[in-house]
Ligand binder design. Structure first.
Ligand code: GCU
Length: 419
């Protein structure tokens, strides 16, 4: 082989490897300047609560819609609900289990099923933790009477979507400590995300997106909703139901999620201020982690791995983070003055725990505008949660996951506001 060709091959291999390489080194983070949440697009300063609520918040929300998650349609005008089942003796008589269909269309063809557990020992309507599950409602608990969700995962080879293996009853129960929540007086509600939009790139044909296409439209426009926004929209539609359910205190619903569902929970809290609290667990890139840090998962990586999650416009910011008109601390700020919790795990470097924490730090001035406490600059030690302000935070030992320890912290934090 000619020397020139060899050199060319070698250098292309180096370029390829460098592009693949993931940075985990703080010292290699390029210098960056974050957009100031308290300076408006016309350079005026935010001086009061009312400036924030009426001017700056809508501005930031719209920037996130246009450049990151995409705009979602309004809720269907003919949305309606149906209680499919109710059992007042679930979980050894500790809870009432309900399954509720939320129909997106009048013909009953498109719907999601909310699975709910409400503590039987209650004096009135209860506060609720609410979030998406990955594998189906029946996987969150061994309870034999949960209706199995229709699994909607990416089919392989010649499979059809409905031929993909089902997940086992209770297989995700370590992530959903229902008994603990019930005994602490909380209800739990969850929806299988596949009911809203299956989590794979099929050109936006198999979820809720086509229900809203204009005549001749085949996919969302560059600033219209991706999959994460569709999930958040679904959560917000569920809120319409909670407002009608007398067992639920709809003023005390915490929207929460792990990882991609943590990104979704934060976005749901941003678009729907009826959520009284948002909790992000290991949400990483596109969630609580600052995009400009370019450590662990980056905008480029996430768009390549999950091209369907964000709106098309977000792809412009791959390896071009400084051009983003927003960063993720502003997503946390959109929760103000409602409390928000950010959880990280020490071995979850892909999600950039420090970047998740810093978002809370840089969102703090907005909470202070309301006379509330956020986070101080010092990252707490591992397994030493900070619950003193309106932004809660912990970094737990262990891996990327949501476990009993995480939930215990969420309950302690929620107790401060909901009890
Ligand atoms: C991948 C993805 C993350 C995401 C995670 C999850 O690791 O890169 O962005 O948070 O999956 O949802 O578990």
């Amino acid at each position: 082989m000619k020397k020139g060709l060899l050199l060319l091959l070698f250098s292309s291999a180096v370029v390829f490897l460098a592009a693949q390489e993931i940075n985990y080194d703080e010292s290699k983070i390029p210098p960056y300047t974050l957009p100031d949440p308290l300076v408006m697009e016309n350079s005026e300063k935010v001086l009061s609560e009312s400036d924030w609520i009426n001017k700056r918040r809508p501005e930031i929300l719209s920037l996130f819609e246009t450049h990151v998650y995409g705009k979602s349609p309004s809720h269907p005008h003919d949305i309606y609900f149906e209680v499919l089942s109710e059992d007042r003796y679930a979980l050894n008589n500790m809870a009432t289990r309900k399954e509720v269909a939320v129909y997106f269309t009048g013909d009953k063809k498109h719907y999601m099923t909310i699975l709910m557990y409400i503590p039987n020992k209650r004096t009135g309507a209860v506060p609720l933790f609410f979030g998406l599950n990955f594998k189906g409602n029946h996987t969150i608990n061994d309870d034999p009477d949960i209706t199995k969700s229709i699994t909607r995962m990416k089919p392989r080879d010649n499979q059809r979507e409905d031929q993909v293996r089902e997940f086992k009853r209770g297989e995700a129960s370590s992530r959903w400590p229902v008994d603990m929540l019930i005994s602490n007086g909380y209800g739990l509600a969850t929806v299988y995300r596949g009911d809203i939009d299956p989590d794979y790139d099929d050109g936006f044909q198999n979820g809720v997106h086509p229900l809203f296409y204009e005549k001749g439209q085949t996919k969302p426009k560059p600033d219209q909703w991706g999959t994460l926004a569709a999930w958040a929209w679904g959560l917000s539609c569920a809120m319409d139901y909670f407002e009608t359910d007398e067992d639920v205190d709809a003023t005390k619903v915490a929207v929460l999620g792990h990882s991609r569902h943590g990104k979704t929970a934060l976005w749901a809290g941003a678009i729907d201020q009826r959520f009284a609290m948002a909790i992000s667990n290991d949400s990483g890139c596109g969630g609580a982690a600052l995009s400009r840090r370019r450590i662990g998962e980056t905008v480029d990586k996430i768009n390549k791995l999950f091209p369907h999650w964000f709106c098309e416009n977000f792809k412009k910011y791959a390896n071009n983070e400084d051009a983003l008109p927003v960063d993720q601390h502003q997503l946390i700020a959109l929760m103000a003055p409602r409390p928000v919790y950010i959880a990280s795990a020490v071995k979850d470097q892909w999600a950039d725990p420090k970047g998740e924490f810093l978002s809370g730090v840089y969102a703090t001035p907005i909470f202070e505008l309301f006379g509330l406490k956020g986070l101080t600059d010092n990252m707490p030690e591992v397994d030493k949660p900070v619950h003193s302000g309106h932004i809660g935070y912990h970094i737990r030992s262990g891996d990327h996951d949501i476990n009993y320890y995480d939930w215990q912290q969420f309950v302690k934090f929620a107790d401060k506001y909901f009890k």
